[in-house]
Design a protein around this ligand. Structure first.
Ligand code: CU
Length: 147
């Protein structure tokens, strides 16, 4: 009888640590948007200051999300807005005050001028739920659900 030594091949499986660090903003209090009342379609004819980030479209579907911020209230596509994974998303925000948009997770931001419009255009390649905020007003406009 020969005792055969067993060799352990220690395999270092790099555990896929998904860095889903949806880091919150500096502000700890994220006030939720006003009661999501079905708002009338915002007719905005502001000069479009488009700050679109060029994103490679994965599909040719474009999900257009429109939010208007006026008088401290968000109207339009507020609350939780679902888009399919891989879609091209275009978030158009108008505001009566100059502010800064921030989409968490994707970490996209854009300045919206007073009485103007900002557009975030990107490929929704990260699944999850992400807050879109107005940093100046410290308000959540919507939560984007991808996938
Ligand atoms: Cu933010």
């Amino acid at each position: 009888m020969t005792s055969r030594p067993t060799t352990f091949v220690a395999r270092l499986c790099a555990s896929a640590l998904l860095l889903a660090l949806v880091a919150g903003c500096a502000s700890g209090t994220h006030a939720h948007g006003a009661a999501a009342a079905t708002a009338p379609p915002a007719t905005t004819t502001a000069a479009a200051a488009t700050t679109a980030a060029p994103a490679s479209p994965v599909q040719d579907t474009t999900e257009r999300i429109t939010v208007a911020w006026a008088g401290g209230q968000a109207t339009g596509d507020t609350g939780k807005v679902a888009v399919p994974l891989g879609a091209t998303v275009e978030i158009v925000v108008t505001s009566d005050k100059a502010d800064e948009l921030h989409l968490h997770g994707y970490d996209l931001s854009a300045r919206v001028p007073a009485g103007g419009t900002a557009t975030l255009r990107f490929a929704a390649t990260i699944a999850g739920v992400f807050e879109l905020e107005l940093h100046g007003a410290d308000r959540e406009l919507l939560r984007l659900q991808v996938g």
